[in-house]
Design a protein around this ligand. Structure first.
Ligand code: ADP
Ligand code: MG
Length: 250
């Protein structure tokens, strides 16, 4: 579904990704772990083209993104392709990023209506269904500020689902939540994994990564230091850095 080959990304002179490759096959869950500043968010944002990059390839369903220019002047060359990729990879952010002036239902309906120009009645039915699915079907008409963090994050997940994306990208979806609220979001993510959705999850929650992932990638200073299936990676880490990271995290 998503493939990244040898991606390099710098902010000015700061090299953040130094040649990273990953592939997220359809129906697989990939977790990205690593210390703060290792480039996890940047990699995720590169996947759905929220960030540019200077070198390397990005493929969506086998179709390579087309570029014009090189290095810091490199840009995607086909706006329609960018829109197609971006709308098919829905992102869920640490800070929820709900629109404060819209009700929960309006939040979920907004992008399908304005970006995809879908039929309002159909979108409303779908939006109510997704809010029901994440367990907040009774919160359609309230504003984000009236919800707990866990409920807001579940609304953000419903919003991502309502785009009917081919894959979901999560950037530390539980990091802003109190531990007791974290679990209600973890449950939703586990349900989505069990449905066979394609997901890339950046998380500090090693239990979540161990429970839902088909493949775990440990990023260190912009490079993949180690990767593998979670049962092997977590029980028998080979690199000193991953061992250190895991012992500091658990
Ligand atoms: P992580 O998500 O693993 O904590 P990030 O991808 O957010 O790491 O950041 C990697 C590095 O890139 C950090 O050194 C961070 O300070 C830097 N960085 C991230 N975003 C920007 C930006 N917009 N401008 C400049 N530097 C950035
Ligand atoms: Mg981050």
């Amino acid at each position: 579904m998503i493939q990244i080959d040898g991606l390099h990304k710098a902010y000015g002179t700061l090299e953040v990704l130094k040649g990273v490759s990953l592939s997220a096959p359809r129906g697989h869950v990939i977790s990205l772990i690593g210390s703060s500043g290792s480039g996890k968010s940047t990699l995720l944002r590169c996947c759905n083209l929220l960030e540019d990059s200077q070198q390397g390839d990005i493929l969506f369903k086998g179709e390579p993104l087309t570029w014009k220019g090189t290095g810091h002047d490199r840009r995607p060359s086909d706006p329609a392709q960018v829109l197609r990729i971006r709308t098919n990879l829905s992102m869920v952010f640490q800070q929820f990023n709900l629109w404060a002036h819209m009700t929960i239902l309006q939040n979920v309906m907004e992008a399908p209506l304005t970006v995809l120009r879908r039929d309002r009645a159909e979108v409303e039915t779908a939006a109510r269904g997704y809010l029901e699915k994440v367990g907040i079907g009774d919160k359609c008409d309230v504003y984000p500020a009236q919800l707990s963090g866990g409920q807001q994050q579940r609304a953000a997940i419903a919003r991502a689902l309502c785009m009917e994306p081919e894959a979901l990208l999560f950037d530390e979806p539980t990091s802003a939540l109190d531990p007791e609220l974290e679990q209600e979001v973890v449950k939703v993510i586990k349900d989505l994994a069990a449905e066979g959705r394609t997901m890339i999850i950046v998380t500090h929650d090693m239990k979540l990564a161990a429970d839902v992932s088909d493949h775990v990638i440990f990023l260190h200073q912009g490079l993949i230091e180690e990767q593998g299936p979670p049962d092997i990676l977590f029980s028998a880490p080979r690199s000193e850095r991953l061992r250190g990271f895991l012992s500091a995290t658990l």
